[in-house]
Design a protein around this ligand. Structure first.
Ligand code: SAM
Ligand code: SF4
Ligand code: SF4
Length: 482
């Protein structure tokens, strides 16, 4: 039976309200997520056909810290990925990133995974070294409608390409380039995606080649290019850090590139310098660059909201709260469903601890790759700055009334949640895990009922108050001036 236009209109309005406010309601709560993560990253596999020199997982400089052969064999089964996508899509997730510690195209079912992601109408991003693709696979990718590909090149010339990807050769560079040209031409013919972002990780072996990297991206007709500084690992890849002189040189080259672009960071060819302001900020303090603390100059200027916006799934099913939180996993998809992990005690604790401007709590030392750090691991690089800035700006744009109402509802909901004895909540949770069933809807219904009642109450109270203020002269004082 088709729904009436009025019903559809209300459904749409309600969905808009949910999209606009539910995540913020969670942030005002301080611990709870009323909506799933907007973005998820799925690390499909640890396996990779490359050994890029700065890679966190496969660089030859890491020696025994490199992923072992056994680790590399780990990958997420197709069925588990599908279940996860079903669940997160129901929870409100909109974007999925396939990336991680290996090469997504090494996963045995990558095409099925992408197909399923698009079937769920989720925006699909894939980070890839692009060396495993041929014309047939490229055609399939365009037909499947994958939205974005981020292609790790790290070089503008074949010589540097071979230096920064040991074991590779110039033929690979030219094949990669020709395949990109082919993809960009074919997708235009078919009027479809993916948009291509060339991704260049910068360190002391390639920092002098930014202009050539821009030319490479332009020659392939790609839409974006992004530069980032290499996040290095102590006693491993940290020999790739830039020194002061190299940083100054990099600043000069970057300024020159910036001068060639318009105010929207677009080059005359149409290529966009993606988040170039962030790159310029990161290289602006030579001392921080030398110490590889690239985000020290921004991290304390806003709270961290990653605990409400993002989740990462590892090839062994582990769940992480941010891209640098691998030392504090919150659960495993083999033990619990994602919706349970999303509001587990560990995830709530992460939210509570990280919702701070100043990152001086010792908890932040658990972030990142360096267990011996004496300060927040976030100072090194926070890959979620974009997400945090997005939420910070959204909250900043709320009106006073919206803030008051949301705070009021969040406090009320938190109190109703605390009313339920913890043991009862836990036993319900255990029962649902054992039976592999959805959590009974009753609890959600009860919460929604309270939410609606409170909203009505707040709304009528505000209208009453406003009415009283405007018409008080006429009603109470009979129009007399005081
Ligand atoms: C580990 S890779 C996995 C995906 C795929 N194999 C690739 O290279 O694009 C994930 C992303 O991390 C980037 N990356 C690798 N090592 C890095 C480092 N030390 N610092 C910053 N980014 C790095 C890669 O360029 C890629 O965009
Ligand atoms: S291709 Fe990606 S995962 Fe593989 S070594 Fe390079 S950066 Fe690491
Ligand atoms: S690195 Fe730090 S600031 Fe960034 S998302 Fe993780 S916890 Fe938050």
């Amino acid at each position: 039976m088709r729904e009436s236009p009025t019903k559809l209109k209300y459904k749409f309005a309600f969905k808009n309200l949910k999209d606009k406010y539910l995540d913020i309601l969670g942030i005002y709560d301080g611990e709870y997520g009323y909506k799933g993560p907007f973005h998820v990253q799925i690390d499909l596999t640890n396996n990779c056909n490359n050994s890029c020199i700065a890679c966190w997982c496969n660089s030859p400089l890491l020696q025994e810290k490199r992923l072992s052969e056994a680790e590399k064999q780990k990958h997420l089964p197709l069925e588990l990925v599908k279940e996860f996508l079903d669940e997160t899509e129901r929870m409100g997730t909109k974007e999925v990133y396939y990336s991680g510690s290996g090469e997504p195209f090494m996963h045995p079912h990558i095409m099925e995974v992408i197909e399923y992601t698009k079937k769920k109408r989720l925006t699909c991003h894939v980070n890839t070294n692009f060396t495993l693709l041929d014309k047939t696979k490229i055609g399939d990718l365009i037909d499947l409608g994958v939205d974005f590909l981020t292609v790790s090149v790290w070089a503008g010339t074949p010589e540097t390409f071979c230096h920064v990807h040991p074991g590779s050769n110039e033929d690979v560079f030219f094949k990669l380039k020709n395949n990109l040209i082919y993809l960009n031409r074919k997708k235009k013919e078919k009027m479809n995606n993916p948009l291509i972002k060339i991704y260049d990780v910068i360190f002391n072996m390639n920092y002098f080649e930014l202009e050539e990297m821009v030319s490479f991206a332009e020659s392939t007709s790609s839409e974006f290019i992004e530069f980032t500084l290499a996040d290095t690992i102590p006693n491993g890849t940290d020999i790739l850090r830039l020194n002061e002189k190299q940083t100054q040189e990099l600043i000069e080259i970057s300024k020159k590139i910036r001068r060639g672009a318009n105010k929207d960071n677009k080059m005359p060819s149409g290529l966009e310098l993606f988040q170039f302001h962030q790159f310029l900020r990161r290289i602006s303090v030579a001392k921080d660059v030398e110490e590889a603390k690239y985000d020290r100059n921004i991290i304390n200027s806003m709270p961290c909201n990653a605990g409400w916006l993002f989740a990462r799934i590892m090839p062994d099913g582990e769940v992480h709260s941010c891209l640098k939180a691998h030392r504090i996993p919150t659960g495993s998809l083999y033990l619990n469903r994602f919706s349970e992990i999303w509001n587990s005690e560990k995830q709530s604790y992460f939210r509570k601890k990280t919702l701070a401007y100043e990152k001086n709590d010792p908890f932040f030392r658990l972030i990142g790759n360096d267990p011996s750090t004496k300060e927040a691991g976030c100072y090194k690089t926070c890959d979620d700055i974009g997400r945090n800035t997005w939420m910070f700006n959204r909250i900043g744009k709320l009106s006073l009334l919206e803030r008051l109402v949301l705070k009021f509802i969040a406090t009320a909901l938190k109190s109703t949640r605390k009313l339920k004895p913890k043991e009862e909540r836990l036993s319900r949770l255990k029962a649902s895990i054992n039976s592999q069933k959805e959590l009974p809807k009753k609890r959600n219904l009860f919460r929604w009922l309270i939410l609606i009642l409170l909203s009505f109450y707040t709304f009528f109270y505000i209208v009453y108050f406003w009415f009283f203020m405007v018409f008080r002269n006429r009603l109470i004082l009979g129009g007399r001036k005081e």
